[in-house]
Design a protein around this ligand. Structure first.
Ligand SMILES: CC(=O)N[C@H]1[C@@H](OP(=O)(O)OP(=O)(O)OC[C@H]2O[C@@H](n3ccc(=O)[nH]c3=O)[C@H](O)[C@@H]2O)O[C@H](CO)[C@@H](O)[C@@H]1O[C@H](C)C(=O)N[C@@H](C)C(=O)N[C@H](CCC(=O)O)C(=O)O
Length: 478
């Protein structure tokens, strides 16, 4: 593509551009290098390296000296970078939903994908857990990838025949204009709680960054679905309404989709929902109250993107949880379920155990540990949460990394001195399963969907789900 076409700026020397990148290390002859000031480095320091590698044009901030190749200086280089990416890869699914919030994004976009698929659409979703499409699964490095990777993904999905796409919008992605040139059909908001304060300047800054999705990137005639049981969601709903947007309010007090009652079962929950005044009762085959909000957000997004209400509600009865988020790894022959979750913070463990409790008539047994080379302060605190909210705790190894695993366990045990210590994670999971009686439940926390255990600098293949399944089989439970 010609430089003028790509930038939409007339050029004297209208060179042909073969690729766009913001990383000098990726530059190939004929590339346009976007030299972006960043958080750790400054892309402008790598212009010489990019030219040496054969860059045919440079886009950056204004005021740089003239160069041997065309140089375009603009006020917002990240914005033009995103716009160029959209011009280079113009395809995208006709329906494209962006979902933001602190928690629940991955599950909600995946649930939406499942509802669309149930309704017969060619559907895909992508985010933290990678890309899930009819053509198969592929991993991704970011929740919201860099603009070029993002538009390439969207274009590939469109080429594969995907008509309905759901993507996660991270606050980093929103702040760095990664999705500024995406054509959004509808947006969703889950909730907001303290996160990423190493990057954002406090809660209000974090909220305003998330709010960009609705106030700047979602067209005013596109619908939005908001969890109004969150204070920030309430604020956002008012702002969107003032913009003239169609706002669908969901939640326990949601005017459009109201959760009326939740009746927990061992590994599922029966929901009574009121959708635009009509009552529906449906068994959601997922445990955990947080999944109810994820499910109704996905329901709302499916409805505003054209799925009939009755069909979308029915689809909730068939949802599968995403990997590592209260994922059901199986059950004993007496029916005691085993869940795998990636909760690896004090708050995460607290929420996890509280959401399991209503489903459990017997004891909650937890197997968990803490990662090495990360925040040592949380170890005893996580131990204390397990001691308080579980009935039986088994402290094991997480990803010890370069730390001494026994010392990490010792720090965790300070918070839960009555816990059993079993360093070998597979043996700990087996011990947890052996303890299960009917009505109990086993929670394996910390590593969720991870497929390896990091010991030293080596990644040893390890999956909590697979280990639990193998232990169930060996114990004669399947
Ligand atoms: C803090 C942050 O978000 N950084 C992201 C950002 O980097 P940056 O622009 O600040 O990069 P930088 O390292 O300061 O370098 C500045 C520029 O110099 C360039 N450079 C640098 C070195 C070199 O040799 N040559 C060169 O050209 C870099 O490519 C970059 O363009 O833009 C890069 C390109 O898009 C991202 O890869 C990078 O993600 C880093 C690796 C990262 O870890 N990001 C995380 C925090 C993130 O984005 N997470 C969110 C999810 C958060 C959540 O909800 O949990 C996500 O969407 O994944």
């Amino acid at each position: 593509m010609k430089l003028s076409q790509l930038t939409q700026i007339p050029q004297e020397n209208d060179v042909e551009i073969s690729m766009i990148t913001a990383d000098s290390r990726q530059v190939k002859p004929g590339a346009l290098f976007a030299a972006l000031p960043g958080t750790l480095a400054d892309g402008r320091d790598y212009i010489d390296a990019a030219l040496e590698a054969g860059a045919a044009a440079i886009v950056s901030t204004k005021g740089l000296p003239q160069m041997a190749v065309p140089y375009i200086g603009v006020d917002e280089p990240r914005l033009i970078y995103a716009q160029m990416a959209a011009r280079l890869y113009p395809g995208q699914p006709e329906v494209l939903v962006a979902m933001t919030g602190t928690n629940g994004k991955s599950s909600t976009v995946d649930f939406l994908r499942q509802i669309w698929a149930y309704a017969g659409k060619e559907a895909a979703c992508f985010g933290t857990l990678g890309v899930e499409a009819p053509s198969g699964y592929r991993p991704m490095t970011h929740t919201t990838p860099d603009a070029v990777a993002l538009h390439k993904t969207l274009s590939d999905l469109a080429d594969e025949g995907v008509t309905h796409g759901a993507m996660e919008a991270s606050s980093h992605g929103l702040d760095q204009s990664r999705l500024d040139a995406v054509k959004i059909t509808a947006s969703g908001f889950s909730n907001l709680s303290q996160d990423h304060f190493d990057y954002h300047d406090g809660m209000e800054d974090y909220f305003q960054t998330k709010a960009r999705l609705f106030t700047e990137l979602t067209p005013a005639d596109a619908p939005v679905v908001i969890n109004v049981n969150d204070d920030y969601g309430q604020r956002l709903a008012v702002t969107c309404k003032a913009r003239g947007q169609h706002v669908m309010r969901v939640g326990w007090t949601g005017e459009d989709i109201r959760i009326d009652e939740v009746m927990p079962r061992a590994a599922s929950q029966v929901l009574s929902l009121v959708v635009h005044g009509k009552r529906y009762t449906i068994e959601l085959p997922l445990a955990g109250e947080f999944q109810v909000l994820n499910a109704v957000s996905a329901l709302g997004l499916a409805m505003v993107t054209g799925v009939e209400t009755d069909v979308a509600v029915k689809a909730l009865g068939h949802l599968r949880g995403v990997a590592g988020r209260m994922e059901r790894a199986g059950q004993t022959k007496d029916g005691a379920p085993i869940f795998v979750d990636f909760a690896h913070t004090e708050d995460g463990l607290d929420k996890l155990l509280r959401s399991v409790r209503p489903h459990t008539m017997g004891r909650i047994i937890i197997v968990f540990g803490c990662g090495g080379d990360r925040d040592p302060d949380k170890r005893a605190k996580m131990g204390a949460v397990a001691a308080k909210l579980a009935d039986v705790a088994i402290v094991t190894d997480d990803n010890p990394r370069t730390e001494d695993a026994a010392s990490i366990r010792k720090a965790v045990l300070k918070g839960c001195p009555d816990a059993t210590e079993i360093g070998d994670r597979a043996a700990a999971i087996k011990a947890g399963i052996d303890m299960l009686r009917a009505d109990d439940c086993l929670v394996i926390a910390g590593k969720g969907h991870e497929q390896g255990q990091i010991v030293g600098k080596t990644v040893i293949p390890f999956s909590d789900v697979e280990v639990a399944k193998a232990a169930l089989k060996a114990g004669g439970h399947d």
